[in-house]
Design a protein around this ligand. Structure first.
Ligand code: 13P
Length: 243
C-alpha cells in the first residue's frame, strides 16, 4: 500500500510567524498514517528545526554548484534538512521557461543528493478544452523516463496539477483527476509495473478541506499538493486528516 502524502506549497508566501504557527500545529498532528511535507520559501527552511514532519524546497538547480546566481543546490537543501523538493511546478515552467528536459535534469540532481523529487505535470485550459491533456502530460513525462534510471524513477513522487485548477477555486472533479492519475500510472507501468504500483501520485489545484476527502478517496490519488489552503493551519491540518 502507498502511504498518503500531503505537501503544502507556500509558494512566495509566509513569514516567520507562520513558520512558528504551522510548526506548532503540525507537530501535534499524528503523522504515522501519512507523510506531511511543508514547502516554504527556501529562506525559511532553517527556521523549521526538530519537526515531526518533513520539509521541501520549491525548486532546485540542475547544476551541482558554482556560478548560478539565485539558484539553490540540492546538497544545500539536503543540508538544511529537506527530504523532498518540488521540481517542474507550472509556475516555474511559466515564469522561468523551464522545459520538461530541465525538470528531468533537476529531478536527477535531487535524487543524487538523496532528495525525493515531487515532479509536477499538468495541462493548461486550452489543452483540456481540446481534449489533448493526456498527450500533453505524456510529453512532460517522457524526458523523466529517458533521463532517470529505473532505480531513480522508483524514488519519485509525481504531482498532477492542471493549470486551470491552480489558485482558481475550480478544482478538477474527482473523476477528471482519477482519470489522469490512472493514465500517469499506466505510463509508469510501461516503464516498470512494480514502480507504477509503488509511486505516489498527488493531485494539486484548489484542494480545500471540503473537497479533499473525495479526491483522496480515488484509487490512484495518493495525496495532494496544496497551495492556498496550506497557508492556514486549520485548513492544512483538515486536508492532512482527509487522507
Ligand atoms: P492552489 O491549491 O492554491 O490551487 O495551488 C495548487 C498548487 O499549485 C500547489 O503547488
Amino acid at each position: 500500500a502507498r502511504k498518503p502524502l500531503v505537501a503544502g506549497n507556500w509558494k512566495m508566501n509566509g513569514n516567520p510567524t507562520l513558520v512558528r504557527e504551522m510548526g506548532d500545529a503540525l507537530n501535534k498532528l499524528d503523522t504515522d498514517a501519512m507523510n506531511v511535507v511543508v514547502c516554504p520559501p527556501s529562506c525559511f527552511l532553517p527556521l523549521f528545526a526538530n519537526t515531526s514532519f518533513a520539509t521541501a524546497g520549491q525548486d532546485v538547480s540542475a547544476n551541482e554548484e558554482g556560478a548560478h546566481t539565485g539558484d539553490i543546490a540540492a546538497s544545500m537543501l539536503r543540508d538544511l534538512g529537506c527530504k523532498y523538493v518540488i521540481v517542474g511546478h507550472s509556475e516555474r515552467r511559466q515564469d522561468h521557461g523551464e522545459s520538461s528536459q530541465l525538470v528531468a535534469n533537476k529531478a536527477k540532481r535531487a535524487l543524487s543528493e538523496g532528495l525525493v523529487p515531487i515532479i509536477c505535470v499538468g495541462e493548461p485550459l486550452e489543452v483540456r478544452e481540446s481534449e489533448k491533456e493526456q498527450e500533453y502530460v505524456e510529453q512532460q513525462l517522457l524526458p523523466v523516463f529517458e533521463t532517470l534510471s529505473k532505480q531513480e524513477l522508483s524514488q519519485c513522487v509525481v504531482a498532477y496539477e492542471p493549470i486551470w485548477a491552480i489558485g482558481t477555486g475550480k478544482t478538477a472533479s474527482p473523476e477528471q483527476a482519477q482519470q489522469m492519475h490512472a493514465f500517469i500510472r499506466s505510463k509508469l507501468a510501461e516503464q516498470d509495473s512494480v514502480i507504477a504500483e509503488g509511486t505516489r501520485l498527488l493531485y494539486g489545484g484548489s484542494v480545500k478541506p471540503d473537497n479533499a476527502r473525495e479526491l483522496f478517496a480515488q484509487k490512484d490519488i495518493d495525496g495532494g499538493l496544496i497551495g492556498g489552503a496550506s497557508l492556514k493551519t486549520d485548513s492544512f491540518i483538515a486536508i492532512c486528516q482527509a487522507t
